[in-house]
Ligand binder design. Sequence first.
Ligand SMILES: Cc1cc2nc3c(=O)[nH]c(=O)nc-3n(C[C@H](O)[C@H](O)[C@H](O)COP(=O)(O)OP(=O)(O)OC[C@H]3O[C@@H](n4cnc5c(N)ncnc54)[C@H](O)[C@@H]3O)c2cc1C
Length: 498
Amino acid sequence: MRLLSPGSGPRVDLGVVLLEADARLGGRTFTVSGEGENTKKLSFDIGGQWIGKKQTRIYELVKQLDIKTIPQFHQGKKVFQSNTSVSTYSGTIPKINIFKILDFELNLRYYMDSLAAKINSLRGWSSKKSGLDSKSVESILYDKTYSDCGGLLDVFVRAVWGTEPKHLGLLFSLFYIHSAGGVYPLAETEGGAQEAKLEGGTQQISQKCAEKFISKGGNIKLNQLVVKITKEKDGTYLLMCRDPTNSDAPFTLYRSKYVILAIPPTQYKSIQFEPCLPLEKQLLAEKAFMGSYLKMILLFKKPFWREKGYSGEITCALDESSFPEFPITMGFDSSQENAKSWGLVVFLAGTSGLYWTQKSTPERHAAVLKHLRHLFKDCEVDEPIEIIEKNWNVHPFTKGCPVNCIPTGAMKLFECAAAPVGNIHFASTETAKEWHGYMSGAVEAGERTAFEVLHKIDSKFPLPVQHQPTQNHSLVSLQNILILIILAIALLAWWFLN
Ligand SMILES: Cc1cc2nc3c(=O)[nH]c(=O)nc-3n(C[C@H](O)[C@H](O)[C@H](O)COP(=O)(O)OP(=O)(O)OC[C@H]3O[C@@H](n4cnc5c(N)ncnc54)[C@H](O)[C@@H]3O)c2cc1C
């Protein structure tokens, strides 16, 4: 890539250049330190945080970069709030009405897992025949179940995508579940996506990769928001960048033969393309929407939840109307034992995230604390010593989080997400086939696009192999068998009594 200074100034050959809009690397991973005497030496992830062993690409990369993993603390009782009550449970499924659990397990979870297991390729599935693309995730509550399933579908969708079931396309959700190997791998801590944290935080993945990139001659330019990409007559691309921190700064121009666009489709709208992107890509950018996440880490003097045998895991399956009173969607222990730092991390997701974005920081903090006191009634929940918060809904280069969601009827457009346009190649986790939406998906997309470009430069580099997600769908789990036995006994008892 060449840097072309404005006017007739010098031209500099830069080799491979990374243009980043933000003043830091890391994007949706963001590690900060606290402001207190003790916490300023510690690292807190206010973006992507956990990895799981099933996410092989990110696990491998973390190992290569010599970053230590720390198992997520999950020992003890978990807290579950439904619209009417707060209860505790252990294992995966909260203690709610047995028929609602059976309804969820057999009619919903099993249905989604078995359909997701069949999605080997999107082609054909988004056609009218399957009908799945014209349904929202919420529609299966009406079509397949007999109850509201205790709100478990709502909280699952909010936690994974940061949106509500009525907004999320069913086929997209099935593709996403397929990419992770099932519903449970997405939802669980042990053996799932929330298995381990990284010592020092996740942003160092990008920072350490950047060090290697620079040592091999790569260049990184921060505060370079790409605002226009023009294809020139000679086939090269002219990238126009603006410094978002300085409105008086002149535009910077870069000329390049190949471009890898590693941004979510919703961000394409911030770039003017000449010629325009193909209509499918433009429509994808219009139709896709970011989920809504507010992440808050509350630090306490003592781990009041651990002292009473709680794991710190919180799941709130509530109606949308409850969010003004109960903002938390889910939560986890975020303590750093070695440093004697005790914390809970909570997420305000979906409608709750949107609602609480409109409120002031003190109002949000007070509401979250009040909600925690409601959830841990038998604990003494003191004022936190510090609260670290990130509202991703107002982040200028992401505009929401954790991932682009696809509504009903748009999966045909989504099929083309990873397809190159000329020498513009498309990365970001939104183009991944395995662990789509996660850091592991971002690594897959980066590798794929790097090989696509290398293959064009020199055909001795192989084109990337299209990996198929591992089939971990636990259709016949011990839990399912037990549930089937209970159901059979219940039916027999009913038959005898009648
Ligand atoms: C609160 C939160 C919690 C999450 N939890 C997890 C988790 O526990 N585990 C997990 O695996 N994943 C998690 N994720 C998702 C994970 O962080 C993302 O999947 C991953 O970081 C995406 O990486 P990416 O490179 O595809 O995109 P990004 O990280 O979004 O990188 C895109 C980059 O492009 C830049 N950019 C955008 N537009 C332009 C432009 N026009 N010009 C120049 N630069 C531009 C952005 O500033 C950004 O740095 C979470 C995300 C959030 C926000």
